[in-house]
Structure formats: structure tokens, C-alpha cells
Design a protein around this ligand. Structure first.
Ligand code: HEC
Length: 377
């Protein structure tokens, strides 16, 4: 007994009303480190104990806010500093897009860290034992008795005084509770426990393996990936030459792949290509719509080269230069089709007719800025 460390003095009470008045006296006499045990919740007990609201909410708040801040800074760092990507000309920093991720990370970190805090800081995990566990006192207050425990770590604690105090309050029994070895050394590191964990994990992984790979095995849906197909540059036995690198039959054109013969010859394009459309109202409407969709982000709504991309793409020259006003329709059509220097071609997005319509619309824009003498009359 001598070398054992005292944890507490604990008294058993038979009656709820006696318990509550006793708890009030304990609080009033200045004890702060005490606890009350009962087999069921008792109304009025927290007030009698003068319990303050748990501080755990603050832990949750701090971790939640840190999570939100972390998510924000992380996305800001990725999107603006480390890997800025232009997506449809949108700004790199865009708070509304961050909100869902920030929300998720807030909830996740608040929840996970609150539980971790409770386990590791408040309950001192992996220590899974407490001096009160497995005592006569605990057995009684878990069934039909109530108990008050005054801890030895209380600043005004004195063994004999505390015992007499509890008896004077009406305790039917008073226990001295000592720390045992298992309270200091966590039971988790017990050899038997580790053996138990090892065997359990072996059995669980073995059974899982057996069930998923043999009992419930379904072959993966790889039929699209595994279907018969011709790999590029592989050998074929049923053609001559024996290769998959076949060229189209001479003199044929694949559907939808009408070749554009002027790719590297803007001069010939300007000379040979003629606008097949008339500048009717319908055509100009199409031209305007397509121009505003595809061209105006860089060239501006009226072709002045006043880009809306805020420096994410170099500003183009004006479409009202003499060069362009004198360029034939075929030349502008050619630029839309294959692009020019850094301006990409738009053949894959805008059909041939729509490109011609855009050319008509550009003419309208040019005419509006530089009208002819006759337009003014
Ligand atoms: C991504 C921005 C961008 C878009 C979209 C764009 N352009 Fe351009 N465009 C440029 C730039 C930049 C140049 C200058 C290229 C160069 O350095 O020659 C240019 C050049 C041109 C020129 C030649 C100007 C000259 O003086 O040489 C024409 C004509 C033209 N664009 C028409 C169009 C039309 C029509 C569309 C819509 C189908 C369009 N562009 C869409 C950026 C763009």
C-alpha cells in the first residue's frame, strides 16, 4: 500500500436527493477536482456541480477555421502561384469556385481533429485505463448507487479530512482509490493484446481476400479495353503491305475531311477563294453571332483589338487597318481557317459557311468606322 499513489476518495450515496445536496456542499466547500457518478442522468446535477459548458466547441471552431484557411491558401497557391492555368479566360483567383472545397475541408478537419483531440489529448489514448475502472465503487455506481469522487490532485485535498467530509455528508461507504500499474502502462502494449491484434488482422485480411477474389469474384469490365483492335504501327497478316499503317486509297477523300489546299499559301487563298455568300440580313446575323462568340474575346466587340482577356493572351491588332480593309475576303477567311502566328485556327469550331459569314460581318464593322462617301448621304 505504501508505494501506491492515491487517486481519490470516493463515497457511495444511496439517495438522489442526498446526493444533490451533498454535491452542493462539496462545491461550496471549494473542491474543484471532483466528479459525480450515477447509473443514469440526473436533472439538476450539472447545476449543482457548477459545470461550465465544455470547451470542446472551441477546439472544433479553431480546427474548422484552420481547415478553411488551409484549403483557401492551398488553392490560391496552386491556382495563382504554382500552376496558373487559363480556363476559358477566367481569372485565376475566383473565390466562389473555392467555396465548396473550403466548406468540405472545414467540416472534415473540424470533425476529424475534434475526435482526435478527445482521444489523444483529453482521454490520453493509447492509455485506455482509468483508476476508477474495475473498482467496487464503479461497480456500485453503475448499478443502483450514486457516488462522489474527490481527486487527490485537488489543491485543498487532505485524505482524512476528505473521508470525514464525505461521511458527514451522508456517504454510506467511503473508498480510497489508488493508481494501479495498468493505469500507468497502457494495456495496449500488452504482449497478449498485440498477439490478438496480429492474429485478428491476419484472419480479416485472409477472409477478405478469399471473399473478394474467389467467392464473389467478377471479372472486370475490360471488354472495351480488351476488344480486338488494330494498334498503330503493328503487324497485320491479311493485308499487303503487312502493316496497320495504311494510307487511304488513292484519289479518295475521307468523309468530313475535305482537304484545305492553302494551308501554307495565304497569298493563293486570298487570290483564289471567293465568298460564296451574299451579305444578306440572315448571313450577317450568323456572322455577328459567331464573331461575338469566337472573335470578340480577343478582338473586341467592334474589332479594335481591345481584348477582354486582361493580358492572358497578347492583344491582336485592329481589324480596321488599311491592310485588312484592302485584304480580299479570301485572305480573312484563310486567317480564320488556319490562324496567323499566335492566333489559332478556328476551322474545327466554325463551319466554312459561318467563317464566310464572319468575313461579311467584319466588312460591316469596317464600313461603320470608315464609311464611304455614299454611305453618309
Ligand atoms: C485568342 C485570341 C484571338 C481570337 C479568339 C481570335 N483572334 Fe484573331 N488574332 C489574334 C492575334 C493575337 C492576332 C495577331 C496575330 C499575329 O501576330 O499575326 C490576330 C490576328 C487576326 C487577323 C489578322 C490581323 C492582321 O492585321 O494581321 C485577323 C483578320 C483575325 N485575327 C481575325 C479573327 C477572327 C475573324 C476571329 C474569330 C473567328 C479571331 N481573329 C479570333 C487573336 C485572336
Amino acid at each position: 500500500m505504501e508505494n501506491k499513489i492515491l487517486y481519490s476518495v470516493s463515497g457511495i450515496f444511496e439517495d438522489v436527493n442526498k446526493l444533490i445536496s451533498a454535491v452542493k456542499t462539496v462545491t461550496d466547500s471549494g473542491y474543484t477536482k471532483f466528479d459525480v457518478h450515477s447509473p443514469y442522468p440526473i436533472h439538476g446535477l450539472p447545476q449543482a456541480m457548477k459545470l461550465k459548458p465544455s470547451k470542446l466547441g472551441w477546439v472544433t471552431l479553431v480546427f474548422g477555421l484552420s481547415g478553411a484557411l488551409f484549403a483557401f491558401l492551398f488553392m490560391y497557391w496552386v491556382n495563382v502561384i504554382d500552376y496558373p492555368l487559363i480556363v476559358g479566360g477566367k481569372p485565376f483567383y475566383q473565390l466562389p469556385a473555392y467555396v465548396p472545397v473550403m466548406f468540405e475541408v472545414t467540416v472534415l478537419s473540424a470533425a476529424v481533429f475534434t475526435v482526435a483531440w478527445m482521444l489523444f489529448i483529453m482521454f490520453k489514448f493509447p492509455n485506455n485505463s482509468h483508476p476508477l475502472i474495475d473498482t467496487e465503487y464503479m461497480r456500485k455506481v453503475s448499478v443502483d448507487k450514486y457516488g462522489i469522487t474527490i481527486q487527490a490532485s485537488d489543491p485543498i485535498f487532505d485524505l482524512t479530512r476528505a473521508k470525514e467530509f464525505l461521511q458527514s455528508l451522508g456517504a454510506s461507504e467511503v473508498f480510497e482509490i489508488y493508481f494501479r500499474e495498468s493505469n500507468v502502462k497502457p494495456k495496449i502494449f500488452d504482449k497478449k493484446f498485440i498477439l490478438f491484434l496480429g492474429i485478428t488482422s491476419l484472419i480479416v485480411s485472409g477472409v477478405t481476400y478469399f471473399i473478394l477474389n474467389h467467392l464473389l469474384f467478377m471479372s472486370p469490365f475490360n471488354w472495351m479495353h480488351e476488344q480486338f483492335r488494330l494498334n498503330p504501327q503493328s503487324k497485320l497478316t491479311f493485308t499487303k503491305p503487312e502493316t496497320t499503317n495504311l494510307t487511304p486509297v488513292e484519289g479518295t477523300v475521307a468523309r468530313g475531311f475535305l482537304p484545305y489546299p492553302y494551308t501554307d499559301r495565304p497569298d493563293l487563298a486570298e487570290k483564289n477563294l471567293i465568298n460564296p455568300l451574299l451579305p444578306t440580313e440572315k448571313t450577317l446575323k450568323v456572322g455577328k453571332e459567331k464573331y461575338l462568340t469566337f472573335c470578340s474575346p480577343c478582338h473586341g466587340n467592334f474589332g479594335h483589338g481591345d481584348s477582354r482577356l486582361k493580358g492572358q493572351f497578347p492583344n491582336p491588332p485592329t481589324l480596321h487597318s488599311d491592310k485588312l480593309r484592302n485584304m480580299k475576303d479570301g485572305g480573312i477567311y484563310h486567317i480564320i481557317t488556319v490562324g496567323q502566328n499566335i492566333m489559332p485556327g478556328y476551322a474545327s469550331q466554325i463551319s466554312s459557311d459561318e467563317r464566310w459569314a464572319i468575313v461579311h460581318y467584319i466588312r460591316v464593322l469596317q464600313r461603320a468606322i470608315n464609311p464611304k462617301e455614299s454611305d453618309l448621304k
